[in-house]
Design a protein around this ligand. Structure first.
Ligand code: OKP
Ligand code: ZN
Length: 343
């Protein structure tokens, strides 16, 4: 299987984040991607390709124009305001507050276009996020062109980013951008299966009212885990999208026994949907030793996961999401991809 990755994705290099209400060392760091890249090469998964630049248009199919303009202009506005280093939002337009008119001040804009304070935004963030989205798009093009599968080594990740806000270390929703591109390239029904430990709230909200892209997610119960405000089993889609979202929230501590049942249920739903293309939001943070997560998958479970995904028999694009046990990330990620290829 081919892997798509650009060194440009490393330019987003945050030093600190706000986590659990405290300032801590950032965990979504460039070495994550470098470790996976090394494992892909060491285990000879396949060719490593640079992404092509798809420009702004495929991003604008998923994200609002004013949100993209905000990301583009952020650094100029931030430095013009006399600020430096990494930016964090601290005020949001929640219940009863107005999102219109959009504020002029950078602190208002940061709150308008984000949903958490845990996601550092810096000088090179947008460039790196664009490179990451281009890796997803290049992978999508490989799959549309007839490859059985492709691996987009995306980082920064994407699944928490919605049409008009960032958060959860995510700025551009790589999986959603790829899924939309696949639709535009002729796929009729795309399933996005999110196996990251955290619910993919951004992807869900982007496709919530659509019946052409099904979103399914296996994740820690939002009653107990980030992102807290989306990802319950009762969320099944709305309007034309009713029945085209499926959530499998699991208790903290879930192991392969529990996790694999949700996977089997998801794959049944994907088969009933008669998806013609599968996009996997491939988080590796369900791993037992992930420093910020509390599931209990072991190395071999990731191989099993890949094999189960292959059994769906669909052209498959893997888009990397989270996973913070940096030393184990390459092993777990390539285990999924090799497990897939072995079937
Ligand atoms: C991004 B991805 C909870 C801290 C939560 C944000 C987590 C973002 C995860 N103790 N911090 O889905 O891996
Ligand atoms: Zn995650």
């Amino acid at each position: 299987m081919k892997t798509v990755f650009s060194a440009g994705q490393l330019a987003h290099d945050p030093k600190q984040e706000i986590s659990d209400g405290m300032l801590k060392p950032a965990v979504e760091i460039p070495s994550r991607a470098e470790m996976v890249r090394e494992a892909v090469l060491a285990r000879r998964l396949g060719e490593l390709l640079e992404p092509d630049d798809f420009g702004m248009e495929p991003l604008a199919r998923v994200h609002d124009a004013d949100y993209l303009a905000f990301l583009e202009s952020f650094w100029t506005r931030w430095t013009t305001a006399g600020r430096s280093g990494e930016a964090f939002p601290f005020v949001w337009p929640v219940r009863g507050l107005n999102i219109d008119p959009v504020p002029d001040h950078i602190d208002g804009l940061l709150g308008r276009y984000s949903f958490d304070a845990g996601t550092p935004l810096g000088e090179h963030t947008f460039a790196a996020a664009r490179a990451s989205a281009n890796s997803a798009l290049t992978g999508a093009r490989l799959v549309a062109g007839g490859e059985r599968a492709a691996f987009a080594l995306c980082r920064p990740p994407g699944h928490h980013a919605a049409a008009d806000y960032y958060g959860g270390y995510c700025f551009l929703n790589n999986a959603a951008i790829a899924a939309q591109w696949l639709r535009d390239a002729g796929a009729e029904r795309v399933a996005v299966l999110d196996v990251d430990y955290h619910h993919g709230n951004g992807t869900q909200s982007i496709f919530y009212e659509r019946s052409d892209v099904m979103f399914l997610s296996i994740h820690a119960d939002p009653r107990e885990e980030y992102p807290y405000f989306l990802g319950h089993a009762a969320e099944t889609g709305a309007g034309k999208g009713e029945g085209f979202t499926a959530n499998y929230p699991l208790e903290l501590g879930a192991d392969w026994d529990v996790w694999s049942q949700a996977l089997a249920a998801s794959l049944d739903r994907i088969a009933a949907f008669r998806a013609d293309t599968l996009v996997v939001s491939l988080g590796l943070d369900a791993y037992e030793k992930d420093p910020i997560s509390r599931f209990r998958l072991v190395h071999e479970d990731f191989t099993r996961m890949g094999a189960a995904l292959a059994a769906a028999g669909l052209p498959t694009l893997f888009v990397m999401e989270g996973g913070y046990a940096v030393d184990a990330l390459g092993t777990n990620c390539v285990n999924v991809l090799e497990g897939f290829e072995a079937v």
